[in-house]
Design a protein around this ligand. Sequence first.
Ligand code: NAP
Length: 317
Amino acid sequence: MKKILITRKLIKESEDKATKTFDPIFNTNDELYSQSKVIQMSKGCDGILTSLTDKMDQETINNLPDTIKIISNFAVGFGNIDLEAAKKRGIAVTNTPEVLSDATAEIGILLILGACRRAAEGIESAREGGWKWSADYLIGKQLTGTRLGILGMGRIGQKIAKIARSLGMIIHYHNRSKLSDEKELGAVYHKDIKSLFSVSDVLSICCPATKETENMINKETVEFFPKGAVITNVARGDIVDDEALIDALNRRKIYAVGLDVYKNEPNLNPGYFKIKSAFILPHLGSATKDTRIAMANLAIDNINEFLKTGNCKNKVN
Ligand code: NAP
């Protein structure tokens, strides 16, 4: 049986599957392993099942044992792994697409609703007590008829678009490539971010974190938005320059934010805590039991498929 290091604790059903499939090394305390610990613990292993908390940079990958043939990431995003370094060492990298799109789109919509309808302030007031219903109390932004810009209209972006349409939003998007009519479903394509942001009453960031998308929301691009726009991010924190966004919130250029992901998680920029209109969640995108089991099953299947056939449909490098 193939020996596999699983760097984070999985839901029991997934660990049972791993035991039936491999000779796994589990992380029973769900400790956050250092890079050197991952290297040390993977000695004699054929593969590693990593999660987004494992920083598999060039140095770590270069020091992995020669026996490692695959890094199977328990996520659709793979910004935590240096794909080129893995490729140079002949190590396949895989991800878990599709199975988490519905759950993540739900959180994407929650971020839009939470930010637009002032849920953070509402929850705080309800807990504090002493609030009084009145005609102008905690007035928010209604979604009906507003324009939703989707930055990265892929699997998750398209699902967010579908739900947002049912709420009466008008969909605009930017990808590097325009979608087919069947995928676009009437959404308006913008060939650059300036054009997209200028019509986004609400933005939903759904693209991967890459060198190209790093800090795409920054001091300059935040000015492209209509005054009082709402920015939400269900993708990755690296896409946002926090200082620029916090400054735009303080100036009321941006009305509110809905954020699930951050640079340097879990130590998000403390500037967000001071902003009442910041609706912030602790990276919950795929956090439902069914989805986490489906992701782990796929991560396990990816290893199995690759070690048996030398290929895998979810290989990303
Ligand atoms: P996907 O299907 O690959 O979609 C990504 C979209 O982004 C594509 O439409 C792609 O279109 C676009 N894109 C890529 N690079 C771009 C660029 N430089 N500029 C503009 N658009 C670009 O991925 P997905 O499954 O929807 O997942 C998207 C991201 O969500 C993941 O990478 C992950 O980081 C994040 N995520 C977060 C959570 C969470 O817990 N919050 C959960 C799951 C996923 P083109 O290739 O045509 O540009």
